[in-house]
Design a protein around this ligand. Structure first.
Ligand code: GLC
Length: 457
């Protein structure tokens, strides 16, 4: 086991890229035989996993350098031009360029990415990495530097300004986060809302205590907590309630506020949802609950204490009881169940990469192991995470650390999976470090926010 961990660390080190002589990030994948697309870039969301692994091991420099480098890339000009990244946006990825021997940085804000999606999550991950860095290194001075305070506020401006919305959640296009292709995850996807919440919690800790932004952040945190805990939560009792919903209710007292038609409850749900336990739904909008399970949103909601303590226990209980679906032969399913048939055609745009039980459409992604480990430690379910790591370790190194796995049980190496995918390696290492040193979980988690009042208006 020790040799295996050591060789995984060596692989992670191999993915490091340097700029002006300093390590500043990690490549998305490191397979010399396979050099297509943009896997030779450093992705902000992928680096978050590397950052956590490095921080848990006490390697703080590379994380600091990453934060300074990406801060320089943040889009800073106020834009009215639709083709230029909006002010405050953090890049989805960047690479080191070389022009006549001169090193430079090339950032991608989604303008070159497949399907041209702008990354809503990059700024959120950046804030989370900064907060984890400060926790691990005690270097609050970095976050308090004027340029960092400005960067934090630009991210907040970008997501707190009034738009075409009357909800505390963020309205986003399809594929604007980890799931960066069409998957019917437009609207108010849980994964984005959870990261938004965590980013606000991070910003609150990092801004100077007397800053005016704190009040606005607190207000939004209260509304977001209430909204997610109340309307996204699904368990057997709640399902019963939705099943009996009256529809077309007008006015403030409506109990079916979003006009959800009971007929939209999918067939699989009433047998799948256990008597005990529950989870946060994948999405909520007008006349729509997306009843699918999304791993990242649920696990990060536990880490951030966005889920109440009872809900956090409920989520872990559900994973336990449905482990053959959610952990299977390779933890963890990114979402469950797969979109099939007409749903797959309409919602993914007949995406051949996202066929049922593949890739984002219910494929299995081992990088999520660190989130499971963190959530398990926070809720006292370490044994579950230990089991997941043991399942993963049976195949990850032998199969060259694939990006993802396919099939209902996750037994097949993903059809188009890269090998030596950095966040697969880092996600495993971070999970391993966390399970060995559970007290270090404080780098990535938040206690219940007693300073805000969860309220609707
Ligand atoms: C894929 C994933 C995305 C990830 C990128 C690099 O595009 O969907 O979440 O950041 O690969 O690994």
């Amino acid at each position: 086991m020790n040799d295996l961990i050591e060789s995984a660390w060596q692989l992670l080190e191999k993915s490091i890229i340097s700029y002006q002589g300093r390590p500043v990030g990690t490549l998305a994948a490191c397979n010399s035989e396979d050099t297509g697309l943009n896997y030779d870039q450093c992705f902000t969301r992928d680096f978050a996993v590397s950052a956590i692994a490095f921080l848990l091991r006490g390697q703080t420099d590379i994380v600091r350098n990453f934060l300074c480098t990406t801060l320089e890339l943040q889009s800073c000009q106020k834009q009215m031009d639709c083709f230029t990244p909006g002010q405050g946006l953090m890049p989805a990825s960047f690479k080191i360029t070389c022009d006549e021997g001169e090193e430079g940085l090339g950032a991608d804000f989604g303008e070159r990415a497949i399907a041209r999606v702008a990354p809503v999550d990059s700024g959120f991950w950046w804030l989370l990495i900064l907060r984890a860095y400060v926790k691990a290194s005690d270097d609050l001075d970095l976050a308090r530097k004027p340029e960092f305070q400005k960067g934090i506020k630009l991210i907040l401006d970008l997501c707190l300004t009034a738009r075409f919305a009357m909800l505390p959640t963020l309205l986003v296009p399809d594929g604007s986060f980890t799931i960066d292709r069409r998957m019917g995850v437009y609207g108010h996807p849980l994964d984005v809302q959870t990261l938004f919440y965590l980013a606000l919690r991070s910003a609150k800790e990092l801004l100077a205590p007397e800053d005016d932004y704190i009040e606005v952040v607190n207000l939004r945190l209260g509304h977001l907590t209430y909204h997610l805990r109340t309307y996204y939560w699904l368990d057997f009792a709640r399902l019963n309630e939705i099943y009996h919903y009256k529809v077309e209710q007008f006015g403030k007292d409506a109990n079916n506020k979003f006009n959800i038609y009971p007929d939209t409850i999918p067939d699989w749900l009433s047998t799948w949802i256990p008597d005990t336990g529950g989870y946060l739904a994948g999405n909520l909008g007008p006349a729509r609950i997306d009843f699918r399970w999304f791993a990242q949103g649920n696990l990060m909601a536990i880490l951030g204490s966005l889920a109440s303590e009872e809900q956090a226990q409920g989520i872990m209980n559900l994973i336990e009881q449905r482990s053959s679906d959610l952990l299977g032969q390779m933890p963890l399913k990114m979402c469950f169940p797969a979109l099939k048939g007409r749903d797959w055609q309409v919602l993914t745009g007949s995406d051949a990469k996202n066929i049922p039980w593949s890739y984002h459409n219910s494929g299995s992604w081992p990088f999520l192991l660190w989130e499971l480990a963190g959530a398990a430690i926070k809720t006292g379910h370490e044994e579950l995470a230990q089991r997941a790591v043991e399942i993963a370790i049976q195949r990850l190194p032998q199969q060259d650390w694939p990006e993802y796995y396919d099939g209902q049980e996750g037994r097949l190496v993903g059809k188009e999976a890269r090998k030596f995918q950095t966040w697969t390696i880092a996600g495993f290492l971070a999970a391993q470090e966390l399970l060995e040193n559970p007290q270090k979980v404080e780098i990535v988690c938040f206690a219940e926010d007693t300073g805000v009042k969860a309220c609707s208006t």
